[in-house]
Design a protein around this ligand. Sequence first.
Ligand code: NAD
Length: 475
Amino acid sequence: MVQQYSVLINGKLEKPGKWIDVVNPANEQVIGQVPDCGQAELDRAVAAARAAFKTWSKTPIDERRAVIMKISAAIKENADELMRLLTAEQGKPHAQATGEIYGAAGMAAAQSTLTLEDEINEDSETRLSRTRRVPVGVVGGIVPWNFPVMMAIQKIVPAMLSGCTIVLKPSPFTPLATLRIMELVADVVPAGVLNVITGGDDLGPMITAHPDIDKITFTGSTATGKRVMETASKDLKRITLELGGNDASIVLPDADVKKVAEQLFWSSFTNAGQICVAAKRIYIHEDIYDELSAAIAEYARHVKVGDGAEQGTAVGPIQNKKQYERVLELIQDAKDNGYKFLVGGDHDPSVPGYYVPITILDNPPEDARIVAEEQFGPVMPLMKFATVDEAIARANASDYGLAGAVWTSDTDEGVRVAEQLETGTVWINEFLHLSPFAPFGGHKQSGFGAEYGKEGLLEFTYPQVITIKREKAAA
Ligand code: NAD
């Protein structure tokens, strides 16, 4: 029998009775079962979070920080076990799973150093006005399947640091490492402050509609994000939405082809392309297009796709069947339209596991589905441009606005281009770097609000202004 995991409600590990199977995408075997929670478990988790809020919100921030540091330490101390579990449920190769586990522990530790000081608005003879930050209340956190541990930590840490309590729902596809972390920290976090429940896709809407949840922090697709916003609007819950992207990379003619080929490859293919900020459209100046596309294709031919638990695998499977079928559909559409493939395109359906070959397209049109839609898979369309203004216009012609990158030997020119891109983050000569101290959020339909940094933390608080009238001293 496979291992059955527990949810964490009010400080207790529970197995409520109904189960969801969790599948390893590398071989389609069931590797664990998690509770299929519904309204009853959610109500209990929210009630526990509400009760805990009374004391947690008044607990000094140093004490809250210390609890977060214990969570960070528990993740680090159990990194090897968690890394293996993460590869098994998510598919990413061991090296990338290790990066996610240590990254989550590091992000938790770094963000716990953020502070929430009062600000003086006016200190005059007639008035003292001060803004303090008060926690919003009970938070509902909803997490996707591509970086399940990092995203869970990204919800838990700012919520707890700000003085909120939280009910978190992992994706039903990738709940195992998160639930294992809850077993490790159940005795470390005061009861009710942190609750994690698993369930099917019907549990998300129950959270966003719950009358006793004050704020939703959601990471997932733009389509679901819109539904979250609609439901949360009924009682004006506060929301933070981190949604999809169709990030463009612009490679200027002075870029060093040899240096950037490998980096561009990994900006698209890390985690098999299942990253909100993966480079999903690569615009290359026509002067270097042939040389650079050949260098990327050559590099790609030596990268091993396979089970992330096997040595040498650099690109794992797609995480779930639905997404696998969607990526294959986009590749089929490119074939049907006669677009040219530089690498890949043909998968082998007889092999178990959700494997998509590394696929690189040669200058497909801007309205190709594989360019216009977020692929979220190991697919990279390379496109040729003639002028920088044209590249900027094409990059910006999207409803998304999450991130982008500029590749150049001239960083001043890189900044000039970056400042014209309509995205929340732009990297120059690097990719995928997120700082615990810089706000990360999407423009346009890639999101609402921000995570990380002070700005991310403030989203879990209300400003409260306290004004004292002063009598003017008699002259
Ligand atoms: P998804 O929107 O299908 O699901 C995300 C989460 O929402 C899951 O936990 C799911 O169970 C839950 N959910 C489903 N329907 C819901 C509803 N009606 N109300 C509330 N919750 C609901 O996304 P996914 O397929 O898990 O993840 C992939 C998407 O996430 C991609 O579009 C990707 O770009 C995006 N993403 C964005 C970021 C970011 O930081 N901007 C990071 C990672 C992933």
